[in-house]
Design a protein around this ligand. Structure first.
Ligand code: GLC
Length: 553
């Protein structure tokens, strides 16, 4: 691969069809040998990402944090966690990424701070009724119990009682996630002003955008009413308008303000929402022209490997995004869900946590990998942008046999192990060599990776896959290179083509066709078509669970 002599020119509407690489910093690359990924590790691998062919990086939270939820418990939004590096390292990384033509998106966590954030420690010290407590949701209990029936997403009640400064049992504070993640009160003007100021802080340092953590949860019903469901799962179900904390209409005003901040920059800054809402119609409310630019399409992530279901999700997503003129944003995996190789290698299911899926005895990893290859060509041929979670390009699977003692996801602890949690998709990447740490940490590192890597990672390191014509890495590199060059890919029309049952076939503009075979047998390729890229060897036919990109006359 060649090194660009000068920084490529960057388009201002790049985000409409960008491929963004999700960089889960603690598991990407460890530069200093302490077993935890860091900014130095990113800097050393930027050329790998440029050569992979992505347009931008989304880096999960790198702020100072007690790490009760892997950095989603932020104690200072204007600094970098010392274990990840210094502010100077971060500035150098941003500049180096830009010089290689890569945009940088950070992760902002507005629903909650850490309980070790200065605002929360001040709120605890100041006591009931104080202005400091007004930035969070503090309430007296109901009898001996919490103020209402809300449950934490991670299990257990969404309220924790504090000891007052005089030592007496006191008020309760709201936390939709861990007790170390107190929810902010978004009806408070200081909270709103503070986050706009944080956006500016990082935009001024060259950051191109933000992924917004739990973007649909900020605004609560001020009456804090009971949800009123008996069933724990229903208590947290996203019900469309009217739920006391999910997807409330009032949240949109927050994002109108954020959009004004973003648009005040000459090179516009962009947002991507993490919003788990009830329908595509509810999702595109976040994407109205004066709100956010993009939002993850979790309907697509959760769609089973079934031709009718995939087609229906693609159609409904494109139709609803079209109503607001926003591009679709396709995604298959992230740091919160079971890696798609392990989902696709199981009987179809609608969920994406390990508890929703068939037991590991029913996992066929080879099938999962084969389908993941086809799914990659399908996703990258769809109109709009796409996210690739680190390790997707290596075909990594969910590590399902982590010992309980090493699990760190608070979900595991808060549910007493009933929910396995998300550690299995967060295992550090394998770069090279035949034994752990597989190049994740430098030679001579004394600390082990923060989660143990399985021995089978030896077969899927970057080094092992580099140059292998049949590897997942080679497929991703080829697909991303074609996507950049081919004028029909990225934004633009999609037209379904007639085909045999169980085959998804569509054209993208003039002369480009994508075919994915989800039927029970091989199907013929269109006469006269030229193969650009295929996930399996072809012999005039497209095998089962394979995909192909074609040019047609
Ligand atoms: C989001 C993050 C997840 C985190 C949660 C609480 O869903 O993706 O990792 O645990 O928010 O911040």
């Amino acid at each position: 691969m060649t090194t660009a002599a000068t920084a490529p020119t960057l388009r201002t509407d790049w985000w409409r069809d960008a491929v963004v690489y999700q960089l889960y910093i603690r598991s990407f690359a460890d530069g200093n040998g302490d077993g935890l990924g860091d900014v130095a590790g990113i800097r050393a691998r930027l050329e790998y990402l440029r050569d992979l062919g992505v347009d931008a990086l989304w880096i999960n939270p790198w702020y100072p944090s007690p790490m009760a939820d892997a950095g989603y418990d932020v104690s200072d939004y204007r600094a970098v966690e010392p274990a990840f590096g210094s502010e100077e390292d971060a500035a150098a990384m941003i500049a180096e990424a830009k010089a290689l033509g890569l945009r940088v998106i950070l992760d902002i966590v507005p629903n909650h701070t850490s309980d070790e954030h200065a605002w929360f420690t001040a709120a605890l010290a100041a006591g009931p009724g104080s202005p400091e407590r007004a930035r969070y949701h503090f309430r007296p209990g109901r009898g001996d119990g919490p103020p209402n029936d809300w449950r934490s997403v991670f299990g257990g009640p969404a309220w924790t009682q504090v000891a007052e400064p005089d030592g007496t049992a006191g008020e309760w504070y709201l936390h939709l996630f861990d007790a170390k993640q107190p929810d902010l009160n978004w009806d408070h003007p200081e909270v709103r002003a503070e986050f706009e100021s944080i956006l500016r802080f990082w935009f001024d340092r060259g950051v191109d955008g933000f992924r917004i953590d739990v973007a649909h949860s900020l605004v609560k019903d001020p009456a804090l009413p009971d949800v009123g469901e008996e069933d724990e799962t229903l208590l947290n179900a996203v019900g469309g308008a009217g739920h006391p904390f999910w997807d409330r209409d009032g949240v949109h005003e927050v994002y109108r303000g954020w959009r004004r901040v973003a648009d005040s920059y000459a090179d516009p800054k962009v947002f991507v929402a993490e919003a788990w809402v009830a329908s595509p119609e509810r999702l595109v409310r976040y994407l109205r022209p004066d709100e956010l630019h993009t939002a993850f399409n979790f309907d697509y992530l959760g769609t089973p490997w079934d031709p009718a279901a995939l087609r229906a999700t693609i159609d409904s997503s494109l139709a609803s995004n079209g109503t607001v003129g926003a591009p679709a944003t396709w995604v298959m995996s992230n740091h919160d869900v079971v890696r798609h190789v392990s989902r696709l290698g199981r009987p179809p299911a609608s969920g994406h946590s390990l508890n929703d899926l068939a037991p590991v005895e029913e996992l066929d990893l080879e099938l999962g990998r084969r389908r993941a290859r086809a799914a990659a060509l399908l996703m990258l041929a769809l109109p709009g942008g796409a996210y690739v979670y680190q390790g997707d390009e290596l075909g990594l699977w969910e590590v399902e046999d982590l010992p309980d003692a090493v699990r760190q996801d608070p979900t595991f602890r808060r549910t007493g192990g009933a929910e396995i949690g998300r550690d299995g998709c967060r295992v550090p990447l394998p770069w090279s060599g035949t034994a752990a740490p597989f190049g994740f940490s430098p030679d001579g590192a004394t600390a082990r990776p923060w989660l143990p890597q399985p021995a089978a990672f030896a077969g899927v390191t970057v080094e092992a896959q580099d140059g292998d014509p049949g590897s997942m890495l080679t497929l991703y590199r080829a697909a991303l290179a074609l996507r950049r060059e081919h004028p029909a890919l990225g934004e633009g029309p999609l037209e379904w083509l007639p085909g045999p049952d169980g085959v998804l076939a569509f054209s993208r503009g003039e002369g480009f066709v994508c075919m994915v075979n989800l039927s029970g047998g091989p199907v013929a390729l269109p006469a006269g078509a030229e193969v650009l890229l295929a996930t399996e060897p072809l012999d005039g036919e497209l095998p089962v669970d394979a995909a192909v990109w074609l040019t047609t006359a």
